[in-house]
Design a binder for this molecule. Sequence first.
Ligand SMILES: [Mg+2]
Length: 385
Amino acid sequence: MSAQAPGTPNQADRIVWVALRSVHLPLQQAVSDAKVLSGRQPPLAAVSLLFAEIESAQGHSGLGFGYTLRSGGPAQYAHAQELAPLLIGEDPNDIARLWSKLAWAGASVGRSGVAVQAIAALDTALWDLKARRAGLPLAKLLGAQRDAVPCYNTSGGYLQAPIEELIDKAQQALGRGIGGVKIKVGQADQAEDLRRVAALRKRLGEQVPLMVDANQQWDRTTALRMGRALEQYQLEWIEEPLDAHDLAGHAALAAQLDTPIGSGEMLTSAAEVTAYVESGAVDVIMHDAPRIGGITPFLKVASLAESRGLVMAPHFVMEIHLHLAAAYEHQTWVEHFEWLEPLFEERLEIRDGCMRVPTRPGLGLSLSERVASWTVARWECGRRA
Ligand SMILES: [Mg+2]
């Protein structure tokens, strides 16, 4: 598109085409966290994704996505098909209004979970479109605080990996410029959890930022006891020590430990995350844009978390969260997983402990040709410009 003269107002545009794609991406190796070892979930072997592409009458386009793990993918895809036609004819700039319109359309199935997760891919595509249209990376459209965000690796730290593999993967991650390492804990054998943390700290040294994630498998007593045993390792945070909805338990634990407490990934609406932020129940807020309905609700929570001075470490999907973390005022982290890389043409640049915000417009992502082989369903409405 030709550039407009400075000061020329953008004419209202309208959405003419929306396409959805359901993708089932197998992982190279199934992974197990403490939810698996406690028998509550099977090992994680794949990620289901919902991609949304939006085009406007003026020829602007956006790409967004959301995801589910283990189940819910077909429901998300089906609900998005009900919502997407409501965007046709609408001005893609009015993202907040459109989020509300889609949420009201699905009001009888609630304001959380799949009901809003189906909106997330569409909402993210609208943000991508707006930033692409402005010729800016999304982080800069939002008002970037930084051009690179500290990152830590999670994918090497699962419980099926023996200690030596854990250490090897951690050293590989640090060797390629990643800034920290998180490992899973929460096993029934708590002494084994502590052995793994001790071994990793010893081998990596005192300076490397380390985190642990119990994936909700401790009760309050165990969490306090383990939290106290872990204080000596100077962890960046202890993640999901308790049931994700035990707000009072998190608040009590955070008050009793020096090590910061993090949670938020299992919450599925802005309202649920807001309750954690407002009550001071966590030190590190770890919400997830696709899980709470997209970038629009994510930013509302981030704004509140900023006013409380919280650390923000969004869960998963570094491809989206990198931009949102770059626009956050206080200390922030992005979670490094290489899992989704095959879906995209581009790679995020990592060095000196940080992930660099791409200079490309929007999210800076385009779908790779390989996505076709993992696509299980496609659907579209409207007509391309
Ligand atoms: Mg986690």
